[in-house]
Design a binder for this molecule. Structure first.
Ligand SMILES: [Mn+2]
Length: 234
């Protein structure tokens, strides 16, 4: 039986993605699932989307994937895009095949348990609000949330409360990304995989059912992480 490799926020780091697949000993038959933010900030968004196609991989929609899509939607409708130059520059490099990959990214994915001893897995870019049914979760929060405030309300900001994953009760295992400042998160029922590759950190994969994390170092600092503070816009 093949494995599933869940891969954290790639942000155009195609070289590190290739190296991570090697470090995981990726083989045909393994499924590859991305937690989103495939594109923007890093050096080679197109190369990443090409690899996604070649792998036949799945993935969920990150806030940056969404921003690039919004730019595309506005321009194709003859409207002035709200998205800034960062997303415009990415969008202008993409072709129809690339757009098809981004447009197919759902807000979340569910993977059934492979065996009775294994949990079902939910994949989402940023997070899930505990106690809210999956199909009632707000897309904006699925792509942007980071913490829960003491009153239970949801925040995009790192400093507003506790990491949402610490409050996720399971039984599903949630695999997510989006929170580079927090780094690797391993909670009882949630695994956070954004280890900040584009900021010079690492690119990480969670390997199921082996239940282990594999990381490779970034080749360089593509974007200084200081630009991400305050964290609301990251
Ligand atoms: Mn993100």
């Amino acid at each position: 039986m093949g494995r599933t490799l869940f891969i954290g926020d790639v942000h155009g780091c195609s070289q590190e993605l290739t190296e991570l697949l090697d470090a995981c000993a990726y083989a045909k038959g393994d499924d590859v699932v991305f937690v989103g933010d495939l594109v923007a900030k890093g050096p080679d968004s197109r190369g990443v989307l090409q690899l996604v196609r070649e792998l036949g991989a799945r993935g969920t929609r990150g806030n940056h994937d969404h921003a690039v899509l919004r730019w595309h939607d506005a321009v194709t409708q003859g409207l002035a895009p709200e998205q800034g130059p960062q997303h415009m520059r990415v969008a202008q490099t993409l072709d129809a095949q690339d757009w098809a990959v981004l447009q197919a990214l759902p807000y979340y994915l569910t993977l059934p348990a492979l065996a009775s001893a294994q949990p079902a897995i939910i994949v989402v870019h940023a997070g899930l609000v505990p106690g809210v049914a999956l199909d009632q979760q707000a897309p904006d929060l699925l792509m942007n949330m980071r913490t829960l405030r003491p009153d239970g309300s949801v925040s995009r900001r790192a400093e507003d409360g506790v990491l949402w994953g610490t409050r996720w009760p399971g039984p599903e295992l949630v695999v997510f990304g989006h929170h580079a400042l927090a780094g690797l998160q391993r909670h009882p029922h949630a695994v956070g995989l954004d280890t900040g590759c584009v900021y010079g950190g690492k690119l990480s994969a969670y390997v199921s059912p082996e239940d282990r994390v594999v990381s490779v170092p970034a080749r360089k600092v593509y974007v200084p992480i200081a630009h991400e503070r305050p964290s609301g816009a990251a």
